[in-house]
Design a binder for this molecule. Structure first.
Ligand SMILES: [Zn+2]
Length: 78
């Protein structure tokens, strides 16, 4: 019985964490763009990509090279 309670607590924490983190990630993906450090091309990424790449190591869609891209805010949302 104790174990079931423990597991349901962990599940509650995971669900709670998703509810808090997901809107943040969606907001971040929509308000930020990236500038390729190799060719200077500005591009945005999908919410899912933003979620799985918090380290900002992204592949440039123009030159197809992996790099630690520079993060910039989207000006149209300000
Ligand atoms: Zn590039």
């Amino acid at each position: 019985m104790q174990l079931i309670l423990h597991i349901s607590m962990i599940i509650a924490y995971i669900i709670g964490g998703c509810i808090v983190v997901l809107p943040l990630v969606i907001w971040h993906a929509h308000t930020h763009s990236y500038i390729c450090k190799r060719c200077g091309y500005k591009f945005s990424i999908s919410t899912f990509k933003d979620l799985i790449s918090p380290h900002r190591l992204l592949k440039c869609p123009k030159c197809n090279k992996w790099a630690w891209q520079k993060e910039v805010k989207n000006s149209k949302y300000h």
